[in-house]
Ligand binder design. Structure first.
Ligand SMILES: [Zn+2]
Length: 180
């Protein structure tokens, strides 16, 4: 698969396929979006929001969540706000998210089947990581979006004038439902 992509890339560059995507690093719409890495949203999300290359900063992970208040998602948002002029943040969860109902015990079982040892898993606990909670998914996407927006609204490093909006996108139609 990677080989195929590398070959495509050479052709893309040679044929100047990039011309239509040229833009600057500063978001034209002064907005950041936190969403899920779900493959259904790859093109659907920007299409359904009418955004194009250069418009917004998009941060994605499994579930579109903030697993640590001083982790990489918040750091990215701080860079977006203070370095790149972002004024509004949209948190976009989506229906039928794969992170919903993730079972930490099942994932640990799969890790063991793939060669991760009990000692290595114990090590996580010794390092002070609440491994099960860290791996767990959320029960419902609406509450997850709600909590994320609340965390951002109350985050000590995010200025009060930043507008934060939480919603859930239908993974088929792209329709947004406002949550918070
Ligand atoms: Zn998802």
């Amino acid at each position: 698969m990677i080989q195929e992509i590398l070959e495509y890339n050479e052709k893309f560059v040679a044929e100047k396929g990039y011309e239509q995507y040229r833009t600057s690093k500063y978001p034209d719409k002064k907005m950041a979006i936190l969403s899920c890495m779900d493959t259904r949203l790859t093109q659907l999300l920007p299409a359904a929001l009418g955004i194009k290359n250069g418009d917004v900063k998009i941060i994605k992970n499994a579930g579109g969540v903030i697993s640590h208040p001083f982790g990489s998602v918040v750091r990215s948002l701080l860079v977006a706000i203070f370095e790149l002029g972002v004024q509004e943040i949209m948190v976009i969860g989506h229906t039928d998210c794969g992170v919903q109902h993730i079972n930490a015990d099942m994932m640990i079982k799969c890790m063991k089947e793939r060669g991760v040892t009990d000692e290595q898993i114990d090590m996580m606990h010794y390092c002070g990581v609440d491994f099960e909670t860290w791996l767990s998914g959320f029960d419902d996407v609406e509450s997850s979006v709600h909590e994320t927006v609340e965390l951002l609204e109350n985050h000590p490093l995010i200025p009060d004038d930043i507008i934060i909006y939480g919603c859930v996108m239908d993974s088929v139609t792209g329709k947004l439902t406002h949550i918070k």
